[in-house]
Ligand binder design. Structure first.
Ligand SMILES: Nc1nc2c(ncn2[C@@H]2O[C@H](COP(=O)(O)OP(=O)(O)OP(=O)(O)O)[C@@H](O)[C@H]2O)c(=O)[nH]1
Ligand SMILES: [Mg+2]
Length: 562
């Protein structure tokens, strides 16, 4: 073997920055928090890789950080088992001419088995295919590989489906992968398209071996290596160590052994592997989260539309109208002419007709508050669909610009309590102090005056009637006192009647004006109460999703930080 080839066989990998274990744990914790935040808000399927990683990384880190699990992977016949045996310096894994030869993963552990057993259990390597390379046999020759667990995998392009499943499973678990290619098949599309390209985020834990270089004319080795390097670059694996090997020469696997020794000495492969996995997961989650969402302020036109729709659906105009009518009704019943009052009182009160509590605003029986309390008419179909539309618009506004499943999550949140909304609105209406629980002072005053002038008129009438009666019976006449030209009883009767009429005429416009003001006040209070319901039942759940999105972005920032 020429000097150049020997040099190439010792070719070094690159030296990368170390992965800090605490930093890695913090990143994984951030992903765990991310999953907690989006739980129930985003669909599960796209989150599976993240969940799997958190679980797998937790297990791997808890098992043994002193071991480095390295897999030899490649097409059938590339020489995985031969290299495995060469590394172990023993024939542990059968090498054969029948293809494929290796059907079950073989493992060789360097150094004491201790923590390695649980790791091998977790990797699923059967006990009868586990070998231990005790250093006692070799003195200290093998001590540089202590902590290495080398796996000889079946062929990944196998005709046997089970081989492929086994390879895929283990490639997801190991710390470092040595891809073994041979001069005949190094450009194979399967290895590049299905595997190497997928590993571009794991460049730090990937080594490529061009085995069987003894089969190439020495002059061609450099050309083939350069060609393979070009292919690897286009796979996104630029910079990965590329080592030519051969088992026919005792020094032909030195380069690979050196790479493994360095990896074992660093104890970084497991952390780097997981760090690459975190990168991949973060990139996928990043796409799911996107840019910051728009803030949904109270002044937003969509919120204003929602409030208007809630006001209509809750029947606020109906209740406000009833307040105005009730004010006029009650004012008339207190201030009107006594006879008119009686007639008024016989007619139903517009507020009570809606079963609005007589003394709105008083503390109500909590049990009563649980059920729909009023007889405010059900919202019309138009009001109901306007409300549905307004809720949708708010959700669309809040979810605008958010990627993936977030808009759906916002819509679901906006609609999540829609079923409880009618009762809540009704309760809000019933609990609102409409300002109608006490008669106004001025009504009483005017009412008292009305009584007074009526009494005067009745007294005058009685007096006059007495005068007539005495005269009719021939008894001594009653001499009415005079006020100027007019007898006092007549003055009392006519004056009383006239004053009553006048007062009624003057009171009516005042009552009408005051009724309008009472309506406006009630309307304002009802609108406030209904808006609060909208805030609680629609906007709060929407804001919770938006807040979750913002939180998810924040923790993802932590997870991104390497
Ligand atoms: N000339 C030469 N032959 C090799 C070299 N490495 C392996 N071989 C031969 O190639 C054939 C296949 O080797 P294996 O080690 O069984 O290959 P494998 O990758 O384990 O194959 P599977 O187990 O089927 O996936 C055997 O006949 C080996 O002797 C090498 O470096 N040079
Ligand atoms: Mg094999």
């Amino acid at each position: 073997m020429g000097g150049r080839l020997r040099e190439a066989l010792r070719a070094d990998g690159r030296v990368d920055g170390r992965v800090d274990a605490d930093q890695l744990v913090a990143r994984l914790e951030a992903i765990r928090r991310f999953l907690g935040i989006v739980d129930g808000k985003l669909p599960d399927t796209p989150l599976v890789p993240a969940r799997t990683l958190v679980e797998r990384a937790g297990t791997r880190l808890s098992l043994s950080r002193d071991h480095t699990v390295v897999a030899l992977a490649g097409a059938t016949g590339s020489g995985k088992s031969s290299l495995f045996n060469a590394m172990a310096r023993m024939d542990l894994s059968p090498v054969g001419v029948r293809r494929p030869t290796t059907g079950v993963t073989h493992a060789c552990v360097w150094g004491p088995l201790d923590g390695g057993t649980r790791l091998l259990d977790w990797l699923g390597v059967l006990p009868r295919h586990r070998f231990v390379r005790e250093s006692l046999l070799d003195g200290d020759d093998e001590s540089t590989l202590h902590g290495l667990i080398l796996l000889d995998l079946p062929d990944f392009d196998s005709v046997q489906h089970s081989h492929r499943l086994e390879v895929d499973r283990l490639l997801g678990l190991v710390d470092l992968v040595v891809w073994v290619v041979d001069p005949q098949k190094y450009a194979d599309r399967v290895v590049h398209g299905s595997y190497l390209r997928e590993f571009h985020r794991h460049r730090d834990v990937t080594v490529v071996v061009l085995n069987q270089v003894d089969r190439l004319p020495p002059a061609d080795v450099d050309r083939v290596v350069a060609d393979l390097r070009r292919l690897l670059d286009s796979d996104g694996l630029d910079g990965v160590p590329l080592l030519p090997t051969t088992i026919t020469d005792p020094g032909g696997t030195e380069g690979l052994r050196g790479a493994l020794e360095r990896s074992v000495a660093e104890r970084q492969a497991a952390l780097r592997r997981l760090s690459g996995d975190v990168d991949a997961v973060v990139a996928a989650l990043d796409e799911m989260v996107g840019a910051p969402g728009p803030a949904l302020t109270t002044g937003d036109p969509a919120v204003a539309t929602l409030d208007r729709a809630l006001v209509a659906a809750a029947g606020v105009p109906t209740v406000a109208e009833a307040v105005e009518q009730a004010y006029r009704h009650r004012a008339a019943a207190t201030t009107g002419w006594p006879l008119v009052r009686l007639w008024r009182r016989l007619r139903p009160d517009p507020l009570r007709r809606l079963h609005l509590p007589d003394r709105s605003g008083d503390p109500r029986d909590p049990a009563e508050s649980l059920v729909a309390a009023t007889s405010v008419p059900e919202p019309s179909v138009a009001d109901r669909s306007a409300l549905g539309l307004a809720v949708r618009t708010v959700a669309e506004r809040a979810g605008a610009g958010l990627p993936s499943a977030w808009p759906n999550a916002v819509t679901a949140a906006a609609r999540s309590r829609l079923g409880d909304l009618p009762d809540a609105l009704d309760r809000a209406i019933a609990d609102t102090d409409l300002g109608m629980n006490r008669p106004r002072l001025w009504w009483r005053l005017v009412g008292g005056l009305q009584w007074l002038v009526t009494l005067a008129a009745v007294a005058g009438l009685g007096w006059l009637a007495l005068g007539y009666a005495l005269r009719a019976l021939g008894l001594p006449e009653l001499r009415h006192p005079m006020a100027g030209e007019v007898p006092v009883p007549t003055l009392l009767l006519l004056g009383g009647l006239l004053a009553g009429l006048l007062m009624a005429a003057l009171t009516r416009p005042v009552a009408r004006w005051a009724a309008r003001r009472a309506r406006q006040r009630a309307e304002a209070r009802l609108t406030g109460a209904v808006t609060k319901v909208g805030e609680e039942y629609v906007l709060t759940p929407v804001r919770a999703v938006i807040a979750a999105h913002a939180d998810a972005r924040t923790v993802l920032e932590v997870a991104r930080h390497r």
